[in-house]
Design a protein around this ligand. Structure first.
Ligand SMILES: C[S@@+](CC[C@H](N)C(=O)[O-])C[C@H]1O[C@@H](n2cnc3c(N)ncnc32)[C@H](O)[C@@H]1O
Length: 413
């Protein structure tokens, strides 16, 4: 390995200013901050193929971060990471075990460190930059061979897809709305899945989270502690009707349900949702339906819940545009927070990002931490079954020990 990689192993303690001097020297003299152990190995051994994994200096720092680091050592290590980021280090490159530097810290129980925070901040900055680049440049399809987790995290109920091509993604029901809306669905015990691919569209391990979602949006039913004369709520995405059943129990004046998939709409019809006197079913995508409601100008909600499938973070940003026009001033918005939830560090990046994005709309977002360590979702083997809730499901979309349950309202309320 190289001197740069060796430096990041902290052989000599304490970790002090000498580390900063040496690291600065390497970087200023042209050693890339993303120079990987694999590249070094291949170079030394005359191997020409490009390595599949990318163990960067930042990975090594995370692997070797001393558990007993003093305050001063922690400060120096943070400064080293800062320097690496300044010189272009990646927050989401993956090593041979599929870990990003942040994942390494999570696995070592070092999430509380300033280093982890710095990596999350770098992730937020990278996402914001990526968004700007994607807006300004038509073609950013660039395969530089680096292994990295998908930066443009897919939205609720879709996890990151590592190296699929754009063409594959266009036909993947878990990734493309067009493909999803024309895919056949199947209701099975405790889940709604796509018929062919077995993507989990909705699963009943989320029941408790749906209950929380319902309770949260009903906080908007009260103005100064008094129940509003008319309580109107909107749920976007019916799925298994779990949250809609909780909403129905609270007997709102009007209960709007927006649903786009024909198989789900058929199930709603069969189960009598269309016949309920206070229920209004908006058939179609929320983008079509909510624009109509906005132009109508006479429907405003105490609570809105959002939980769709095969949408992306940028769709959610589009939702915020209409949400601010449809929410009553004291109204509350919540959503199934599966943003990047197949990787803890990405989940943390999105937690920060969504708060920042909402603040641009005058909305504040707070999160309640829900411990999921005892949830069925994290059980390797579910009681009464041979396996976990993910058996037969193509891609697990939840891998985190804590759920960040969001509550969103206008800043002044
Ligand atoms: C995860 S499920 C919702 C589960 C629901 N929260 C529950 O408690 O059962 C997602 C639902 O959103 C619907 N959906 C997907 N895209 C949509 C869109 N653009 N507009 C409206 N509904 C959509 C799907 O057909 C599916 O029924």
């Amino acid at each position: 390995m190289t001197d740069l990689h060796e430096l990041c192993k902290f052989h000599i303690r304490p970790v002090d200013g000498r580390y900063l001097t040496e690291l600065r020297y390497f970087l200023r003299n042209g050693i890339p901050s993303t120079y990987t152990e694999e590249e070094a190995y291949n170079y030394i051994n005359g191997i020409e193929e490009e390595a599949e994994s990318t163990t960067t200096p930042l990975h090594i720092i995370c692997r070797k971060y001393p558990e007993d680091a003093s305050e001063e050592e922690a400060r120096v290590i943070n400064e080293m990471a800062g320097m690496l980021f300044e010189y272009g280090a990646g927050w989401c490159l993956v090593d041979a075990e599929g870990n990003t530097p942040g994942c390494v810290l999570v696995k070592r129980g070092l999430k509380h460190t300033g280093l982890y925070e710095q990596i999350v901040d770098a992730g937020v900055r990278a996402e914001l930059l990526l968004r700007k680049v994607e807006c300004n440049v038509e073609f950013v399809e660039q395969d530089n061979g680096d292994a990295q987790v998908e930066e443009q995290e897919a939205q609720p109920h879709v996890e990151s897809v590592e190296t699929e091509t754009k063409a594959e993604r266009a036909t993947d029901p878990a990734d493309s709305q067009e493909a999803y809306l024309s895919a056949k669905l199947r209701y099975e015990k405790g889940a709604l899945v796509t018929e062919e691919q077995n993507d989990g569209v909705m699963m009943d391990w989320e029941t408790d989270l749906m209950k929380r979602g319902c309770d949260t949006i009903f906080k908007g039913a009260y103005v100064d502690g008094k129940l509003d004369d008319e309580v109107a709520v909107l749920n976007i995405g019916f799925g298994m009707g779990i949250i809609d059943s909780f909403i129905a129990e609270k007997q709102p004046t009007k209960h709007y349900i927006c649903e786009a998939h024909p198989d789900v709409l058929a199930k709603m019809k069969k189960d009598g949702w269309y016949d309920r006197p206070n229920v209004v079913v908006l058939e179609g995508t929320w983008k079509e339906q909510l624009d109509k409601l906005l132009s109508q100008g006479n429907v405003f909600f105490n609570g809105v819940y959002y939980d769709t499938f095969s949408e992306h973070y940028e769709d959610m940003l589009d939702l915020f545009d209409v949400l601010v026009g449809l929410l009553k001033p004291h109204g509350v918005f919540s959503f199934f927070n599966g943003l990047g939830a197949d990787r803890e560090v990405v989940y943390d990046v999105y937690k920060n990002l969504v708060s920042m994005d909402l603040s641009n709309y005058g909305l504040s977002c707070s999160f309640e931490n829900v411990d999921m360590s005892n949830s069925r979702v994290n059980d390797a083997s579910e009681e009464g079954t041979d396996g976990s809730v993910w058996d037969n499901i193509k891609r697990p979309y939840w891998m985190c020990p804590v759920y960040y349950h969001p509550e969103v309202k206008f800043v002044e309320f």
